[in-house]
Design a protein around this ligand. Structure first.
Ligand code: NIG
Ligand code: FE
Length: 396
């Protein structure tokens, strides 16, 4: 089944093969066999089995949300209210969710996860990464990844989220467990391995050990770093060739230079860059200072935007809101923010086939209820995602 998307007001392809032409006017798009088969002037569009009329709206790539934690039980709305009243965010709240997640049935977790993923999809997320990290036993981490795998191939083993309560007096034993039996059980269900580097979570040395064990088991490293204070997580991520370093609320000048150097190395034909994944919904929901995306972009680093949807530090999965915040608070242009939320996320997941609408990409697109992509930042909070196509198929 081929699909012609016609009457497009503005087509944002972000095609990496055409870096100087991210946006096309007067263009049409054909998706065939799930992939973008043709992009060109509307007047020259080939015939297709089906025609979708964009009614003059902008068409953009589906969002690639490269960071979420959506397998969990319970909620932490009380913690959120206390935070808004002045209490600081700490990693300690994670243990509350661990207890609720362990107590939840598979069906309860599956139903909640499917609902959250459907909400994200309705907001334009067509590729979604999901982490474990609220089980922290061999069984509960494995089951979280199995549940996530039912929805997405982009799964991340985060056994090293925090040290669970039963190991607080012997954290070395927990690191051994993560690197041993837990990794062995989880690796078949995961693509990535992640560690939360933080004063309340894991040290850089512990993270090195865990990520190296994960890489030996065939998983790609990624890291939570510099969320609550500067740390050595970014340097470790670059050293290990991690796909991404996420949060970056407190990146140092040295961190920015390391990330930029890794992007330069990729551009010169070297290994793929470590992407700086910014999560402005977290700063919004924790009242932390926003990171300066301009500094990263001007230095030449690869930048992604993701939601970090989770019950603690941010319970929004809205990529449009992340884009709006990135423009309002992080110093990005609307096009830079959109590129970071699509192509940037794809780079952070080491995927070349999503996050853009060049020929050969997956036919994942959003028809906006707006004539121009800039409306995403211009009209925050307004439901501008009119229709979502996945592999060319309308999802509603
Ligand atoms: O990405 N930073 C660590 N993990 C999550 C928060 C998890 C939680 O608070 O439950 C994050 O912000
Ligand atoms: Fe996170």
């Amino acid at each position: 089944m081929s699909t012609l998307v016609a009457n497009i007001g503005q087509l944002v392809t972000l095609d990496p093969a055409e870096p100087d032409r991210p946006i096309r006017a007067g263009a049409a798009l054909v998706i065939d066999g799930g992939q973008v088969a043709w992009v060109g002037d509307a007047a020259a569009a080939p015939a297709a089995d089906r025609r979708i009329d964009a009614e003059g709206a902008a068409v953009i790539p589906g969002f690639v949300d490269s960071h979420s934690h959506l397998v969990f039980g319970g909620d932490r709305v009380d913690e959120f209210e206390a935070r808004m009243a002045g209490r600081a965010y700490t990693a300690g709240g994670i243990r509350t969710t661990v207890a609720a997640t362990r107590a939840a049935s598979d069906d309860a977790l599956r139903t909640r996860l499917a609902h959250l993923a459907a909400q994200a999809r309705a907001q334009g997320t067509t590729t979604l990464e999901i982490k474990s990290g609220y089980g922290l036993t061999v069984h509960d981490e494995e089951r979280a990844l199995q549940l996530a795998r039912e929805l997405t191939p982009e799964t991340t083993f985060l056994g090293a989220h925090v040290v669970p309560a039963e190991f607080v007096d012997d954290r070395a034993a927990y690191v051994d467990l993560v690197c041993g039996a837990m990794l062995a059980a989880c690796a078949p269900h995961a693509r990535f391995i992640d560690v939360f580097i933080d004063r309340g979570a894991f040290t850089v040395d512990e993270a090195r050990r865990i990520l190296t064990a994960g890489a030996d088991a065939g998983l790609l490293p990624r890291v939570h770093a510099a969320q609550l204070e500067p740390d050595g997580g970014t340097a470790l991520a670059v050293e290990l060739g991690a796909a991404s370093v996420d949060h970056g609320t407190f990146l140092t000048d040295g961190d920015v230079e390391l990330l930029a150097a890794s992007a330069r190395a990729e551009a010169a034909g070297g290994p793929l860059a470590t992407v700086a994944t910014l999560l402005p919904l977290v700063e919004f929901a924790t009242r932390q200072p926003y990171p300066d995306a301009r500094r990263l972009l001007d230095a030449g680093a690869a930048v992604a935007l993701a939601s970090d949807g989770n019950p603690g530090s941010n319970f929004s999965t809205s990529m449009p809101l992340a884009v709006a915040l990135a423009v309002r608070e992080l110093g990005m242009t609307p096009l830079e923010a959109l590129a970071a939320a699509t192509r940037g996320g794809a780079r952070a997941l080491r995927r070349g086939d999503v996050g853009h609408l060049g020929v050969g990409a997956r036919g994942d697109a959003i028809i906006l209820d707006a004539p121009d992509h800039r409306y995403l930042a211009y009209r925050p909070g307004v439901p501008l995602v009119r229709q979502v196509l996945v592999g060319g198929e309308p999802t509603s």
